[in-house]
Design a protein. Structure first.
Length: 197
């Protein structure tokens, strides 16, 4: 599913036809690489706070990487036409601060794409998903890795992160317009898009 989600996000970005893109909290560069496949001529900068993750991203073919904090971006104002972040905004200490920074580095009419875990809208699916998220996945993760706390954190962070309308309002309160949400796979992931005025 992860491959499909990133491919779908890359397709959305390619429709905007940006030439200069920043992928924040890039991790090992999977979204940056998916976008590069769709837009081979685009200038893509991949940023993450982990040098170790960026080393893996470079080994996989991401050409430009920068160690940095998405809440204090090391870029000038109006530098990019598109900013993306996949499964990273939920881990920021202050979501609003990170969104304002993304808005700052985007040019007027630039686009933002945020892909994050979310909770399904249908109550029966939400109940099943919560059972998986808080009980089944942590138990399996603990057995495989010996570290249950990381899986507990994942479930808790998904529950606490604003999703749906709350996320759209947060984007619009921090400099963006035309915020939209597209739930994927029953709503366990949502792609949020918005534009800088």
């Amino acid at each position: 599913m992860d491959y499909y989600w990133r491919a779908h996000a890359a397709k959305i970005v390619s429709g905007w036809r940006p030439e200069k893109i920043v992928d924040l909290a890039t991790g090992t560069g999977d979204l940056a690489l998916a976008i590069a496949r769709k837009l081979p001529r685009a200038d893509i900068t991949a940023l993450d706070f982990s040098a170790e993750m960026l080393a893996i991203a470079r080994a996989k073919g991401v050409p430009r990487t920068i160690v940095g904090d998405a809440m204090r971006l090391p870029f000038a104002e109006n530098e990019f036409e598109c900013a993306t972040i996949a499964f990273g905004l939920r881990n920021m200490a202050e979501t609003a601060v990170a969104l304002r920074e993304m808005c700052r580095v985007l040019r007027s009419d630039g686009h933002l794409l945020v892909m994050e875990f979310s909770l399904p809208r249908l109550s029966i699916l939400r109940s099943v998903y919560r059972l998986y998220l808080h009980h089944i996945m942590p138990a399996i993760g603990a057995r495989l890795t010996g570290v249950k706390s990381a899986y507990d954190y994942l479930g808790d962070s998904i529950e606490q992160f604003p999703n749906g309308v709350a996320m759209l309002r947060l984007m619009e309160a921090n400099g963006f317009i035309r915020a939209e949400a597209e739930p994927l796979t029953g709503g366990i992931v949502t792609i949020y898009t918005a534009q800088k005025p």
